[in-house]
Ligand binder design. Structure first.
Ligand SMILES: [Zn+2]
Length: 210
């Protein structure tokens, strides 16, 4: 820990988790949110906590190498490896949000490929794409019971070729986004969810996406 007092990101993580819970994106204990501090450690939701009613005690602080820095009964989420991978890959990322939504799960079944083409709609601006009729793909990863394998695959794949947008989808599981602030990560989760809902709705009426 740095000796310099650092901003505590937990109150905003609690508020964002409650907002996602209320929209059905973090039901039960699903999903996890984290925020990185200037010393490269990060706060992340603890394992097994209901996301609609988190308290600041239901977070743990981890080093970038995965060392637990808090001395409480709270245990880190099994999905911490996903957040670690994001912070190791992307130095600009100070927040990483991972949620489980129905539309993200359905969208992940629309292709067997390692990426999914996203519709060229206005909402892509929310993910930093400012071109007319862009060709944008979202990276798709296999789900693994051992979540550390997902983190390892993210490190290997994105280490070779950075993603087009600050997001990735785990098949039959959920989406992860990252941003330069907690508010940016929240906006990006919302943009991704809009795109998933659009994609699934378009498929249901056989609307061509391109
Ligand atoms: Zn998950």
């Amino acid at each position: 820990m740095s000796a310099i007092a650092q901003h505590d990101p937990r109150p905003l993580l609690v508020a964002h988790a409650r907002s996602f819970y209320e929209r059905g994106w973090m039901w039960g204990t699903a999903g996890n949110l984290s925020a990185r501090l200037p010393d490269n450690s990060f706060w992340i939701t603890a394992s097994g906590c209901a996301k609609g009613e988190l308290t600041p005690e239901q977070f743990v602080q981890m080093s970038l190498e995965g060392k637990l820095l808090t001395q409480t009964a709270a245990k880190p989420s099994a999905e911490t490896s996903i957040h670690q991978a994001v912070y190791r890959l992307f130095p600009d990322a100070t927040a990483c949000y991972h949620v489980h939504t129905v539309s993200a799960n359905l969208a992940s079944r629309l292709t067997a490929a390692e990426q999914i083409r996203l519709p060229a709609i206005e909402m892509l601006k929310g993910l930093g794409i400012w071109e007319a009729n862009p060709t944008v793909h979202l990276a798709l990863f296999s789900n693994h019971l051992q979540v550390s394998e997902i983190g390892a695959e993210m490190l290997a794949r994105f280490g070779q070729k950075p993603p087009q947008i600050p997001a990735c989808l785990i098949r039959d599981h959920g989406v992860t986004v990252w941003g330069r602030s907690q508010d940016e990560a929240k906006n990006r989760i919302e943009a991704m969810e809009f795109i998933f809902q659009y994609t699934v709705a378009a498929k249901s009426i056989d609307l061509p996406l391109i």
